[in-house]
Design a protein around this ligand. Structure first.
Ligand code: PLP
Length: 364
């Protein structure tokens, strides 16, 4: 059984995708344009936000959102230690310094009390990461940010459609970044991303920054970038957006089944916080003796992954983070115990049951 099965998803909607491909290719409108505008409006509305600005990746969405919030050299940006490295790279690209804080071992969400401790006079923003599709606890983060005059940018790259106290992620902070990397809950057929925000000024600046700093054609008011979303991806993502809620509901059913079947076994299942409706981008369990468990699953034909095996602060690429082994003990411990099980909408209940029963058996 594969870890994700993009072929199964493609097969289920290939007719619509082919029709859209033909429409976009014959329109000769390939970069930004009508499809991108329509997708921006639809996705922003889906998130309950005013503006969507399509960009070329989730990493760009994070970077441009930070820049539009005025973050740059000399600033510190606090984020979760157990994230994908792109969160930290985006901070570094702006010239700011990433400051990592440890997480809750049960929900994997950023630990708000540690965020409070990490605030210094240079802190300018917080990036809560809705990791694995589960929202971070936003209210205390927003309250902390308000008290200290900080911006909040949600890293929602794994959480399309997730809800926090009934509200969709993407509408909670000053801005949010989404990725449309193919394997995300809403994924394109190439790279893509979006900044979602209610802030008119942030939206304006991101719109300029992604397109050479243009305000009008050939009038460049800031030194921007080429970070645009293309029309074909937008068209294909519009098709897939119509299925997102159904796909997320299927993921929730699978997660519930995993939880039930793995209760009272040697495997620890992830805890859904009481404020959250998670969309289970990844279903991450914890177990002892992970290497052996993983090999046994592989022998049984079940693919698993580890998200992530080396924490960001211990990567050779991140010396400027200035942390060493032992500085972020929960994240470091999790990195040795976590195991991501197969999770995608097209899994059948029988497959979920097979994974859970095999895992319970081999983890004993
Ligand atoms: C995927 C991801 C990103 C980066 O998105 P790209 O589209 O790959 O640039 C950032 N943060 C998190 C948490 C992600 O999962």
């Amino acid at each position: 059984m594969p870890f994700v099965d993009l072929a199964a998803q493609f097969a289920s909607i290939s007719g619509e995708l082919q029709e859209t491909t033909h429409t976009v290719l014959s329109s000769t409108d390939y970069i930004l344009g009508r499809e991108v505008e329509a997708f921006e409006d639809e996705f922003a509305a889906y998130c309950g936000a005013q503006h969507g600005i399509g960009v070329d990746s989730g990493t760009s969405a994070l970077e441009l959102a930070l820049r539009a919030c005025g973050i740059g050299a000399g600033d510190e940006v606090i984020t979760a230690a157990n994230t994908f490295i792109a969160t930290c790279l985006a901070i570094s690209y702006t010239g700011a310094t990433p400051v990592l804080v440890d997480v809750d071992p049960e929900t994997f969400a950023i630990d708000v009390s540690r965020v409070a401790q990490a605030i210094t006079p240079r802190t300018a923003a917080i990036i809560p990461v809705h990791l694995y599709g589960q929202p971070a606890d936003m209210d205390p983060i927003l309250e902390l940010a308000r008290r200290h005059g900080l911006r909040v940018i949600e890293d929602a790259c794994q959480a399309h459609g997730a809800r926090y106290k009934g509200r969709r992620v993407g509408s909670l902070g000053d801005a949010a970044a989404f990725s449309f990397y193919p394997a995300k809950n809403l994924g394109g057929y190439g790279d893509g991303g979006m900044v979602v925000t209610d802030d008119d000024r942030v939206a304006d600046v991101v719109r300029m920054l992604r397109n050479y700093g243009q305000r009008a054609k050939y009038e460049h008011v800031v030194a921007g970038f080429n970070r645009r979303l293309d029309s074909l991806q937008a068209g294909l993502l519009r098709v897939k957006l119509r299925y997102l809620d159904a796909w997320n509901a299927a993921r929730r059913d699978h997660a519930e089944m995993y939880r039930r079947l793995l209760a009272d076994t040697a495997v620890m299942t992830p805890v859904q916080a009481e404020y959250a409706e998670a969309v289970w981008h990844l279903y991450v369990v914890r177990c002892g003796d992970r290497a052996r468990v993983r090999t046994a699953l592989e022998r049984a034909g079940i693919a698993t992954m580890i998200h992530y095996p080396i924490p960001v602060h211990l990567q050779r690429a991140s010396p400027e983070i200035g942390c060493v082994h032992g500085d972020l003990p929960i994240t470091e411990r999790l990195a040795n115990e976590i195991l991501s099980l197969p999770m995608y909408a097209e899994l059948s209940p029988a497959q979920v049951e097979h994974v859970a029963e095999t895992l319970a058996e081999v983890a004993r």
